[in-house]
Design a protein around this ligand. Structure first.
Ligand SMILES: NC(=O)c1ccc[n+]([C@@H]2O[C@H](COP(=O)([O-])OP(=O)(O)OC[C@H]3O[C@@H](n4cnc5c(N)ncnc54)[C@H](OP(=O)(O)O)[C@@H]3O)[C@@H](O)[C@H]2O)c1
Length: 270
């Protein structure tokens, strides 16, 4: 009764599966793509159970049903699930843009439903995952935090709209940071430093910065003050970044655009 079933094992589902396996946790999977099924079978892991059809599954065995299909596949899936699902099942939907209320309406039974919005770092246990639910008790929330602790950290939001911000900020976060680092890499390319070396150097720059912040227990402004001495070179660059809050405004506007896109997409599906 404490096992987990994953429905849809694509990009995100596979990351989740690998995270379960790294943690030594059992996972059952239902997926329709033959290529993925073969890949999973080749792993020959005792922790993985693969089903081909919903009617092969004893739903009483499962506490959490993690739904990882694309939004356009959800309606068909919930219709099928209605024939099998049990009231003891807790639904965890990773499906972007679909509200808990919409999902709740599509099930005949009154179920506990949680909406998770992770980022790609879920694969290595470092996701910042926003969670929303309407009818889950505090005691149950603690169980979810404890059971899925290997995903990274959770931020429980009290208003579902907030998920749009978390999608924009933490969902997109790894890509924004990579974009900034790619800009730095392009500068090194102009200085004739090859791609392999520049990647190594930028990693060291990033790791060194994080390491310094952590070891010194200081915040970003303190570090900036330490590097940018008055009248020096870093100050000159920072003055250019921050003139009229130029860079900060660009970042702010970009996140707002992503948040609005998330809102618009969710209007389409609900
Ligand atoms: N990728 C991310 O980083 C990320 C992050 C946050 C949230 N999400 C959400 O997570 C969901 C999955 O995203 P994804 O990128 O992993 O999509 P994906 O790669 O398309 O994976 C979905 C998988 O589910 C399969 N599937 C669909 N309906 C099924 C059914 N009834 N039974 C069994 N398998 C079924 C699909 O097979 P077919 O290909 O044959 O249709 C596909 O292999 C989406 O709703 C997305 O919004 C993704």
């Amino acid at each position: 009764m404490n096992e987990t079933l994953l429905i849809g094992c694509g990009n995100l589902g596979l990351s989740i599966t690998e995270a379960f396996l790294d943690e030594g946790k059992k996972i059952s999977i239902i997926e329709r793509k033959a290529k993925t099924l073969n890949f999973l079978k080749k792993k020959k892991s005792k922790l993985v159970t693969i089903y081909n059809n919903l009617n092969e599954i004893n739903f009483l065995k499962y506490k959490y049903l993690m739904i990882c299909v694309k939004p356009q596949d959800l309606e068909k899936l919930t219709k099928q699930l209605n024939g099998f699902i049990k009231s003891s099942n807790t639904i965890i939907s990773f499906v972007a843009g679909i509200k808990v209320s919409s999902l709740s309406k599509s099930f005949h039974l009154k179920l506990s439903i949680l909406r998770f919005m992770p980022n790609l770092s879920i694969r290595y246990g470092k996701s910042i995952t926003a969670v929303y639910s309407t009818n889950v008790l505090e005691k149950e929330k603690k169980k979810v935090n404890d059971f899925f602790t290997f995903f990274g950290s959770f931020i429980w939001v009290s208003n579902e709209e907030e998920i749009n911000f978390f999608t924009a900020f933490f969902g997109g976060g790894p890509a924004y940071i990579s974009y900034f680092l790619k800009c730095l890499q392009n500068i090194l390319k102009e200085k004739k430093i090859n791609k392999q070396n520049s990647l190594k150097l930028i990693f060291q720059l990033l790791n060194g910065t994080i390491n310094f912040l952590e070891k010194e227990k200081i915040d970003f402004s303190d570090l900036i003050k330490k590097v940018a001495s008055k009248g020096g070179t870093t100050e000159k660059a920072l003055m250019y970044f921050s003139k009229n809050d130029k860079l900060e405004n660009i970042i702010n506007d970009a996140i707002k655009k992503a948040e609005k896109k998330s809102k618009d997409l969710s209007k389409y599906y609900n």
